[in-house]
Structure formats: structure tokens, C-alpha cells
Design a protein around this ligand. Structure first.
Ligand code: BYC
Length: 474
């Protein structure tokens, strides 16, 4: 098949004149479309959706709005503008010029990181495959599809790097990105969270708030990379990521607003009464928050990691916002960590800072997560309620790192396995919580109408009214 480059695949990587890249993409693109058709949004392929498409990296180009059928979406390849004379910002080669090619000795490490990043993008689309059928409004349906097509574009971004800089094994890895599938028993996605089902919209909003935020911090770390094409690719991806977290933060905020209305109407904070009215009680919301926050904490890897030390030393992956730190070499510094004691207590342990870079990134992530929680709590307080949402301890319910499999309560206090199992239904969604939330998931598609468990958004997309027909269903 022949592709009209630039028209079909908006790009700023000279695709029209790069025959090698064209050939690689000609081979890969039909497989991508086949994957999208099978595991992308279920149905809705024939519907017009009001979407933004990146057609350039400047202010006008990165968010061009229009109506499009999803299979015709123009998945583009963009690198943020080059920073002239950019130098390496951290690690052993600090201050030297950045690389335009991958140094041979670091090839395997770069490939592993690009593949891991790339793997998450189609994984999230697969996780959200069926959500369109239970959308709470057309506005939300459109936001789901916007997130999906952009995760598709982020996959393209990583596939571009694999094709353009990693030769044959890069092409093989690009195919594997479409062969692993979320939750597949034989070929699962690489990272834990991306194999968790997202079968209701509360989970979707939690995922876009907490898990996309891991994306933000990982992309910030990779945007510091000495391999300039990777840094520039990630810098551009970050502009799109902001909308995904907005969907999460406002989504959760709207669920809370609706719950507060029901609490006020009924004059109660009794979860069962609130549920009977078709809203989601705040303790249930806290349990969903506990689940997705802790799962996303695992995405930063172990607190002490030789991978992290090596990628920092080699200039491959920096800290988020590296320029805010004073010391960019970090050879002598240490980092103090909480580790579990064999007798069930908590001990302090000191690790070389380079080995603790995953924890440094996790620190920044946790701080950022707190901002939304504060906002939601302000809304709860303004409504005269005393309930407070809280991020659980980063020791709680971990599956990766020093606290993996160590039972603690949500404050991080080590407890027995028996006590954990007994209390778990108070801390993380039980099967009956999930069944209740699923029972609310009934599709609402009249323009401007909302499901009963969520308040309308403050405003529509791109200055359009909330009532706009964001997805034309017939
Ligand atoms: N689940 O030394 P360790 C996003 C593996 S999200 C399963 O502890 P390291 C998005 C690890 O792979 C951002 N396995 O950690 C969001 C390693 O395995 P190998 C995605 C895990 O290597 C929403 C072993 O444990 N981007 O963009 O320092 C929607 C030992 O690793 C997990 C990236 O992740 C886990 N949670 O750091 C759409 C950036 N954690 O290699 C998109 C690229 C660790 O020995 N990836 N392991 O077989 C990385 O920078 C690193 O691979 C990690 C792990 C931060 C993930």
C-alpha cells in the first residue's frame, strides 16, 4: 500500500524523504490498524468524534480540533523543537554534547526503556476497550476516545524511535508491542498496572489521575535523556499527557460533587442510603483511590535499583525536572529509606543516591498526587462534610520493592497477614463494591445529559458547550 506521507502521517521527522523509515512504517502501520480494529475502542469505528489531532509542535499545530472517525485518525510523529547546543544534564558524562544516535554500549538499556514505555500505551487502550458501552455522557465518551487515540500516537512515538534508531531488533520489538496484550495469560503487558482490568468509569478516572501521572513522571525522566531524539519525543508527549490527567482529576471531582449533592438532599452520610440513590459513597471512592494509587506506585520500580543507578550514571534516564537539583553527578550522596524489619517493624536504611533514583521520582509523584486530593477535600469541606480522602502510605499494598508482599494498614503500619485479609474490604474495593459500581454503568448518550452518579463538567471541550454532540452515534 502507498502512503501519502505528511498528509496521512503528520510528522516533523522528514518522513517524506526517509525511505528506510517509510518502508519500516509501511510494514508496521497495517498491523497497528488491525490491532486498533480488534483491541481499540469496541464499536464506534463508524461514528464521527470531535477530536484533537497533533499536526505540528507549535501552539497552533499541537491541538487541531475537528470531527473524525477513529480509524481515520492521523497518528503523527513529532519531536519537540531541538534545544540548540544542548548538553548532557546528569551522570558521568555531565556537560558533554547530547547524542543524536544511540551509543552502541547503551543500546540494550535504551531499547529496554523505550519498549517498556511503548508497551504501556497500547496496553491502556486495551484496558479501556469496552468502556464506550457504559459512558456516563457523550462528553465523557469523547474524552475516552481522545485519550485512546493519543495513547495510540504515543505508541507511534516509541515505534518511530525503534524503527529509526534500532534497526532490525527495533522492528521486531515494534511488532511485539502489538503482540503482548493486557491481562493475557501467555503474553501479558510488561508492567503490573497495565494488566489490571478497567471495567468501570470510576476505575478509568482513577487510572487517568494516578497511572497517567506515573506516565508524566516517567516521561519527564526520559525527557532529560542524553539521547536527544528520545528526550524531544517525550517532551512533546508530555503536552498531551496533561489532558489525560485533567480527565482523571475532573472526573473524580465530578463524582464527588454528585455524591455531595445526594448527601445534602438526603441529609445523610450513610453509604447504603447514598448507594440506593445511585451515587458513589465517599468510602467506596477512597477504596478505589487506595487501589489505583498503590498499583501506580509500583510503576516506579524498586526503591533500591541497580538499573536506576546504571541508567542515571550513563545519562540514559534522569530525574524528573533534573535542572531543579543542585548535584547532577550524585556520586557521594545517599538517600534514607524505610525498609521492613524481619520482626515486623520499620527500619531506616541508607542507599547510594544513584541507586535510589526510582524513589526520588516516586517522591515527586506522591507530592503531585496530593494536589488533586487537596482540591477534592476542599469541595467536601465546602459542602459541610467531615470526610477526608487520603493517599495511603507508600508502604501499603505494594507488589514491587522492599515492601512487596509485606502486609501493612493504609498508614503503613506493618500488621499480620490475617489482620490485613480481615480488613481488606475496608481498604480496597471488594467484589461487592465492584458489583455496585458496575451496576451504575449504564450508557447515557443524549447530548448534555449525565448519568446519575456524576455531575456535569464545568465546561465543554475547546469552548464548545457541554451539550455539544461530541460523538455522533447515528
Ligand atoms: N510491574 O530495578 P527495578 C505511561 C520490573 S506509564 C512489573 O525494580 P527499574 C502511561 C522491571 O521492569 C509510564 N514489573 O526497576 C500511563 C525489571 O524487570 P527486568 C511508563 C516491574 O528497572 C497511562 C525488574 O522489575 N514508562 O506512560 O529501575 C496510560 C527490576 O526492576 C514493575 C516507563 O515505565 C512493575 N510495576 O525501573 C498510558 C518508563 N516495576 O527489566 C501510558 C520506562 C519494575 O529486569 N521504564 N518491574 O526484566 C522504566 O524506566 C523502568 O523500566 C521502570 C522500572 C521505572 C518501570
Amino acid at each position: 500500500m502507498s502512503i501519502n506521507y505528511d498528509e496521512k502521517i503528520p510528522n516533523n521527522v522528514n518522513l517524506a524523504t526517509d525511505r528506510t523509515l517509510q518502508r519500516a512504517l509501511e510494514h508496521w502501520q497495517p498491523k497497528f490498524l488491525e490491532w486498533w480494529g480488534g483491541l481499540g475502542p469496541h464499536d464506534f469505528a463508524a461514528n464521527d468524534v470531535y477530536l484533537r489531532t497533533a499536526v505540528g509542535v507549535d501552539a497552533q499545530g499541537w491541538a487541531s480540533y475537528g470531527t473524525v472517525k477513529m480509524p481515520d485518525y492521523r497518528w503523527g510523529i513529532f519531536l519537540a523543537d531541538a534545544i540548540p547546543d544542548r548538553t548532557i544534564g546528569f551522570g558521568d558524562a555531565y556537560g558533554q554534547p547530547v547524542w543524536q544516535q544511540v551509543p552502541g554500549e547503551f543500546r540494550a538499556q535504551f531499547r529496554r526503556l523505550i519498549v517498556t514505555q511503548g508497551d504501556t500505551e497500547p496496553a491502556s487502550v486495551e484496558q479501556q476497550h469496552l468502556l464506550g458501552h457504559t459512558c456516563p455522557s457523550l462528553y465523557d465518551l469523547r474524552n475516552l476516545f481522545q485519550v485512546n487515540v493519543e495513547e495510540g500516537r504515543h505508541l507511534w512515538a516509541m515505534v518511530y524511535l525503534l524503527h529509526a534508531y534500532f534497526g532490525r531488533d527495533g522492528r521486531e520489538e515494534a511488532e511485539e508491542l502489538l503482540a503482548r496484550h493486557s491481562g493475557d495469560a501467555d503474553k501479558p503487558r510488561i508492567l503490573g498496572t497495565f494488566n489490571e482490568p478497567i471495567s468501570d468509569w470510576l476505575s478509568f478516572f482513577m487510572f487517568t489521575y494516578f497511572t497517567d501521572r506515573d506516565g508524566k513522571f516517567q516521561l519527564k525522566s526520559l525527557a532529560e535523556s542524553s539521547f536527544d531524539p528520545l528526550a524531544r519525543t517525550c517532551r512533546f508527549m508530555l503536552t498531551e499527557e496533561a489532558h489525560h490527567m485533567f480527565v482523571g482529576e475532573t472526573g473524580i471531582g465530578r463524582v464527588i460533587r454528585r455524591t455531595l449533592e445526594v448527601m445534602k438532599e438526603l441529609g445523610t452520610d450513610d453509604p447504603e442510603t447514598i448507594r440506593r440513590q445511585g451515587a458513589i459513597d465517599l468510602p467506596t471512592l477512597q477504596r478505589y483511590l487506595n487501589y489505583w494509587f498503590t498499583s501506580s506506585l509500583d510503576l516506579f520500580g524498586s526503591e533500591v535499583s541497580s538499573n536506576a543507578a546504571t541508567t542515571f550514571a550513563n545519562g540514559i534516564k534522569g530525574r524528573p525536572d533534573e535542572s531543579q537539583f543542585q548535584d547532577h553527578i550524585c556520586l557521594d550522596a545517599t538517600y534514607e529509606l524505610d525498609v521492613p524489619r524481619a520482626d515486623g517493624g520499620i527500619a531506616k536504611e541508607s542507599a547510594p543516591l544513584r541507586n535510589a533514583m526510582n524513589e526520588v521520582a516516586r517522591d515527586a509523584y506522591v507530592k503531585d498526587c496530593e494536589i488533586g486530593v487537596k482540591r477534592w477535600n476542599m469541595a467536601i469541606k465546602r459542602a459541610g462534610q467531615t470526610f477526608e480522602l487520603k493517599l495511603p502510605s507508600r508502604r501499603f499494598r505494594r507488589a514491587i520493592g522492599a515492601w512487596a508482599g509485606v502486609p501493612t494498614d493504609p498508614t503503613g503500619l506493618p500488621i499480620t497477614r490475617e489482620a490485613f485479609d480481615r480488613q481488606a474490604p475496608n481498604w480496597i474495593p471488594s467484589e461487592s463494591d465492584r458489583a455496585f459500581v458496575r451496576s451504575l454503568m449504564i450508557q447515557v448518550t443524549d447530548p448534555g445529559k449525565m448519568a446519575g452518579w456524576i455531575a456535569p463538567p464545568d465546561r465543554g471541550i475547546n469552548n464548545l458547550p457541554v451539550e455539544y454532540e461530541y460523538v455522533r452515534l447515528n
